[in-house]
Design a protein around this ligand. Sequence first.
Ligand code: DC
Length: 226
Amino acid sequence: MEKTYAVAIDGPAGAGKSTLARLLAKDLGWYYVDTGAIYRTVAYYLRLLGISPRDADGAARYIDEVNIQITYDPQGVQHMWMNGLDVTEDIRTPEISQGASLVSAHPPVRRALLEMQRDLARRHNVVMDGRDIGTVVLPEAAVKLFLTASPEVRARRRHAELAAKGKKDAYDQVLSDLLRRDAQDATRAIAPLRQAPDAVLLDTTGLDIPQALAAMRAIVKEKTGL
Ligand code: DC
């Protein structure tokens, strides 16, 4: 099999990972894999079954029942399929954000999704974003980035994103949800949110999208020559 390249991008919620990872992937002509969307799909599935995201036994019992597929439309947008149903839009709610953070702490859930993520990276050049990509999923990635930004800037971005979809969540609520999720993701026992020792830290607080993208592109060039 041909050698594939991976850019692993980790960081807290709202650091700009998905926007920047998508643009970087487009620029490189590689696949963009949003791994948070996979955890969100699991959270959505368990919620449909009426299982609490805190219920570790419930998650363990049903994780093998769900069929999760990832496809890409001609615009390169990643679509998430749950048992044949396109749930791409349904998984983008604050409730599912929180649910995904909770279900992602259960070891059987992480185990089940690990191989799916590694398989994508074996078959394609990928820009993959999440919380444990550089540390656990793709420890051999050619490029590792850890994106961060101040909590206020991250909450402002998330608030604007929700507003653009017509959702009127209060800024304070968005900020407190984000902080709670960061704390959960960073303190769980398995694969916590952490910067890999060999990851490059990029603070996007004072950067706009083109500036952050240029910085990332330069790091990829330096590490891979591509
Ligand atoms: O990136 P996101 O906000 O869509 O992710 C939703 C949740 O999924 C996040 O709070 C924690 C979990 N997650 C994870 O544990 N590991 C990943 N690689 C990606 C996401």
